[in-house]
Design a protein around this ligand. Structure first.
Ligand code: ZN
Ligand code: ZN
Length: 112
């Protein structure tokens, strides 16, 4: 039998609760700041730009013909040396050559 009294056990319980609260506080804080950010109109996805860059063309609106299936490293080197590359650049079909999309999160907000 240990010598803990009921009030000591209760004290340990409160201490443990306080410890848990202290540990989880930063997490709760970051959660609140994230929801605050969205309530302030700042998008978590695009940071308020209302645009996200196209992954197909890296935001340039142009892709090399053949896309990711062809290996264009040597052509890139040749082109950067001032050569006349055989690889044609075409409009990115993924983003209609705009290089970016409207942020889906922001367009959701706008439609309300
Ligand atoms: Zn694109
Ligand atoms: Zn957004």
């Amino acid at each position: 039998m240990n010598n803990l009294t009921a009030s000591e056990v209760a004290g340990f319980g409160v201490g443990a609760l306080l410890l848990c609260a202290t540990i989880s506080a930063p997490k709760i804080d970051s959660f609140i700041s994230a929801s605050q950010r969205s309530s302030l109109g700042m998008c978590k996805r695009c940071g308020g730009l209302r645009m996200i860059a196209c992954s197909g063309c890296k935001g340039t609106g142009l892709v090399k013909e053949g896309g990711a299936l062809s290996f264009n490293f040597i052509d890139d080197m040749y082109e950067s040396l001032g050569g006349d590359s055989k690889v044609k650049t075409i409009r990115c079909s993924k983003c209609q050559a705009r290089g970016r999309f409207c942020c889906p999160d922001c367009s959701k907000v706008q439609s309300i």
